[in-house]
Design a protein around this ligand. Structure first.
Ligand code: BES
Ligand code: ZN
Length: 635
């Protein structure tokens, strides 16, 4: 019985150690055909069956050490997909290894993959394919034990049309003309550091590259490559800063791939090759904290991965069966993952501190607290999804996604930093924690135990922390950390002027109001206004004096257009729908569609624009926007 509520595979029976992939990428049929050979370590005696996760995959054949093996596909679950039940033609004992081979085809609708037509690319000439496996989509690209508690290395050979380039979350290991078809190239990759399946990643497209540092190359369609090289020129400095903070970078290469606009996230920490949305290309490097964040995952998440609750019981041999069926086991697992994002935001902001100063970190931390506030009011302060430890049994991880894990996790770590002696002291703990658990997986209890061990002389302080309120109670945390407001004060003051302004006061606003504000501060200013509803006269005046309509910084534009639509300024509706559909980062696309949808007069227009774009959207994004706008699947 697996305690990972998103996976059918059981890490208690056996664990994958290595994947050997042979993939053929077919742009005609939007299918990847191929095979995966999984080296599995057996953890129990009389072992003869195992379950792999799949989703919408056609399994052709299964083998075990080269011998044919029997298999059946179980019933399809809404978000877990379909278990692939394999019966080996022999028994194995604890400690033995077996190579399980699966020959398969993906489906054109695979949830991990987006297939773009040439018209959807910048160059308009060639098709494009990219994957996004986190959280539970790897199984739609590769049958595997798709659970974050299991780590494996991998080797891959990928055949693609010869005018295209393939890249993966791994080191490049050469290429050659496909011996089977001279119109194709086979690219080889190796990932020698064990990593969980959600970090598997593949991209195929007309890619160009530019080296921007000793271990960094940026990749994208040629139309973006110069801008990307500019925007991310600080990458090596960030990597060095991270290494000073937490120790050596073990993944060798740190490349960045800038994807087409439909990439659903800001960034994704795929090892050796961070995936990034083109909406980061602000022109002034002001959105590069996302890169600092993904760099940080090289330690927190990719190197030290949080283990499942089930794995914890496996090693300690206690009451696995008592708890395996309860929601509680699942909760703790998710909690572990939430601390993972919390640590990453903490590190991201420590890098910001080294590069921009403490006032900047304080400003970002306060901004994060406001984001947490917004999420808590959106969900409702009693909603269990706002727990650091929610019960997510039977909840699709994509639907549970929010700022809560990031910002409640960060706030807890910052609170501990304050209690235990400040940033330098607390970083000492984080660094030791990473070194101790590097290459492994860790439970929340191990993290907490180590915290108590490291701060042995401050146990009385730690015991005063209201752990239960931080972890198991919905709503805002029990303590608000004291953030310095130096950079935030100007944003608050200007937003208050707008909120309090009467019609006759509007003439007092001028362009000069924002001259001294950085783009970070403009983002904060607009976020503050989004906590209110401004009269339409105000947003019209704001356009006149600040001209945000011509702003291309995606974080500013997103908040501005939301604000206008919320004030019922009809002229902003087409701009909002344009932004919602021309890029597909879910952080922007979902709220923009939702905002227009909630404007009764334009509800149908929002649905119409969505339906017109749906077929060319990322499968996960279109599924979630459908739900947000209550559009049925077959409409
Ligand atoms: N790993 C996440 C993205 C993710 C989370 C993908 C959950 C799928 C499921 C990534 O590290 C991330 O957090 N990206 C953020 C940027 C960050 C600065 C908070 C994003 O995409 O905006
Ligand atoms: Zn992250």
């Amino acid at each position: 019985m697996s305690a990972d509520p998103t996976s059918f595979a059981s890490a208690a029976k056996c664990v994958s150690k290595h994947l050997n992939l042979n993939l053929y990428v077919d742009f005609e049929t939007h299918v990847i055909r191929g095979s995966v050979e999984i080296t599995v370590e057996v953890l129990e005696n009389r072992f003869s069956t195992l379950t792999l996760d799949t989703r919408d995959v056609k399994v052709v054949s299964v083998s075990a050490n080269g011998q044919e093996a029997r298999f059946t596909m179980g019933p399809k679950h809404t978000f877990k997909g379909t278990p692939l039940e394999i019966t080996l033609p022999f028994d194995l004992s604890r400690g033995q290894h077996v190579i399980v081979g699966v020959t398969y085809e993906t489906s054109p609708g695979a949830s991990a993959l987006q297939w773009l037509s040439p018209e959807q690319t910048a160059g308009k000439k060639h098709p494009y394919l990219f994957s996004q496996c986190q959280a539970h989509h790897c199984r739609s690209m590769i049958p595997c034990q798709d659970s974050p508690s299991i780590k494996h290395t991998y080797y891959a050979q990928v055949s693609v049309p010869k005018e295209l380039v393939a890249a993966m979350s791994a080191l490049r290991d050469g290429q050659e003309v496909d011996p089977q078809d001279s119109h194709r190239t086979v690219y080889r990759f190796r990932q020698p550091v064990p990593m969980p399946s959600y970090l598997m990643a593949l991209v195929v497209g007309s890619l160009e590259s530019r080296k921007i540092g000793p271990r960094t190359t940026v990749w994208s369609e040629k139309e973006f490559v110069d801008r990307a090289a500019q925007e991310f020129s600080e990458t090596e400095r960030m990597l060095q800063t991270a290494e000073e903070l937490v120790g050596p970078y073990v993944w060798g290469q740190y490349d960045i791939l800038v994807l087409p606009p439909s990439f659903p996230y800001g960034g994704m920490e795929n090892p050796c090759l961070t995936f990034a949305t083109p909406t980061l290309l602000a022109g002034d490097k002001s959105l590069s904290n996302v890169i600092a964040h993904e760099i940080s995952h090289s330690w927190t998440g990719n190197l030290v991965t949080n283990k499942t609750w089930e794995h914890f019981w496996l090693v300690t041999h206690t009451h696995a069966h008592v708890h395996a069926h309860t929601g509680k086991s699942a909760s703790i697992r998710v909690h572990a993952r939430r601390l993972n994002e919390g640590h990453t935001v903490y590190l991201e902001r420590m890098i910001g501190r080294r590069l921009e100063g403490e006032a900047f970190r304080q400003f970002k931390a306060l901004g994060g607290w406001k984001d947490l506030h917004d999420s808590v009011s959106t969900f409702g302060a009693k909603n269990p999804l706002t727990n650091l430890v929610p019960s997510l049994q039977d909840v699709d991880p994509d639907e549970a996604f929010s700022s809560v894990p990031y910002e409640k996790g960060f706030a807890l770590l910052y609170h501990l930093e304050e209690l235990l002696g400040g940033p330098e002291v607390f970083m000492g703990f984080i660094k030791s924690y990473i070194q101790l658990f590097a290459y492994g997986s860790v439970t929340t209890d191990q993290w907490k135990d180590f915290l108590f061990t490291y701060f042995q002389d401050k146990v009385d302080v730690l015991n005063k922390v209201d752990w239960n309120a931080w972890m198991f109670t919905p709503g805002m945390p029990p303590v608000k950390p004291q953030y310095d407001t130096t950079l935030a004060d100007a944003c608050a003051a200007l937003s208050q002027r707008w909120i309090q302004a009467k019609e006759q006061d509007l003439s007092a606003f001028t362009q000069a109001d924002i001259n001294a504000l950085s783009s970070h501060q403009l983002i904060d200013f607009l976020s503050l206004l989004l906590q209110e509803v401004l009269p339409v006269s105000h947003v019209k005046k704001m356009q006149e004096v600040y001209d945000f309509n011509s702003c291309t910084n995606s974080e500013i534009r997103f908040r501005w257009l939301r604000l206008c639509v919320r004030s019922r300024w009809e002229e902003a509706v087409p701009l909002a729908l344009k932004m919602a559909s021309e890029q597909g980062r879910m952080k922007f696309t979902r709220p923009l569609f939702r905002e227009v949808f909630n404007f009764a007069k334009y509800r149908e227009e929002a649905v119409r624009v969505f339906l017109a774009h749906r077929a060319t959207m990322h499968p996960v994004t279109s599924g979630l926007v459908s739900k947000d706008m209550k559009v049925s699947v077959d409409q």
